[in-house]
Ligand binder design. Structure first.
Ligand code: MN3
Length: 263
């Protein structure tokens, strides 16, 4: 049996000869770097295409990446206790339940984006927990203790063109979050027409899923589940959403925007 470990953009893959009957073994590496899930997916897809050409199957190794900052780093918007519970319990549970749910199924050979694109064909447990894993990884990576301010460059231009001004954009985005009844997310995404749009999804759905009302590539997401804000803000979701802007990492969002345009 031919087995090759690939390290692509910090993502570890194990390639196993398709003819082999032995189940694929997975491997991880301490050198793997933290990457937004969306960039990991791109790397995985590229590696997967190469492996498929060689008649091999790629088993995707999902990773629960370290939080890119300390629990108390975003204090100006989100308190340390909320961050700790949110990352270490909620996100970790989504991750564990997702990897457990796909074990021994065809989904082990699919990237998150490939699963999301066919979401309606897969079990709800994968939709909730795979979505939960992806959404939170994106969320952690579009925030930073050095965040805030305004976007620059191409993203700033696109926001102005699409929403009138940065302030109008923020208003519409907060509205999407406020109008989400119960649990869910507010999103800024790039549509198939390459234009930005704002949307909201229930539970752990996201715009990459074939079940989403409006589909696109998310570049900014805000968790509006009560677990994301209740300790400090109680029922004041609006106060949490307006504080969120002080920690948004526009540099990271701008990078995701350009990545989305380059697909
Ligand atoms: Mn959450």
């Amino acid at each position: 049996m031919k087995k090759t470990a690939l390290l692509v953009f910090g993502v570890v893959l194990t390639i196993v000869n398709a003819a082999a009957q032995t189940p694929a073994k997975t491997s991880t590496s301490k050198s793997a770097k933290t990457q937004p899930a969306i960039l990991q997916q791109k790397a995985l897809e590229a590696a997967s295409a190469v492996a498929e050409q060689a008649g091999e199957r790629v088993k995707v190794v999902h990773q629960f990446a370290p939080l890119p900052y300390a629990f108390d780093a975003l204090e100006k918007a989100i308190d340390a206790k909320t961050m700790e519970i949110h990352y270490d319990r909620h996100h970790r549970a989504y991750f564990n339940n997702f990897t457990k749910a796909i074990q021994g199924t065809e989904m082990e050979y699919l990237t998150l984006e490939q699963i999301f694109a066919n979401m309606s064909k897969f079990p709800v447990v994968v939709r909730n927990n795979g979505g939960g894993h992806y959404n939170h990884e994106l969320f952690w990576n579009i925030m930073s203790p050095d965040g805030g301010g305004e976007p620059t460059g191409k993203l700033a231009e696109a926001i102005k063109a699409q929403f009138g001004s940065f302030d109008d954009f923020k208003k519409q985005f907060e509205q999407a979050g406020a109008q989400r009844f119960g649990s869910g997310w507010a999103w800024l995404s790039v549509g198939a027409d390459r234009k930005l749009f704002i949307s909201s999804t229930p539970n752990q759905d996201n715009p990459l899923m074939d079940v989403a009302e409006k589909r696109g590539i998310p570049i900014l997401g805000l968790d509006v589940w009560e677990h994301a804000y209740y300790l400090r803000y109680q029922n004041q979701r609006g106060s949490y959403m307006s504080a969120f802007w002080s920690v948004v990492n526009w540099k990271a969002v701008g990078k995701l925007y350009e990545e989305a345009l380059n697909r």
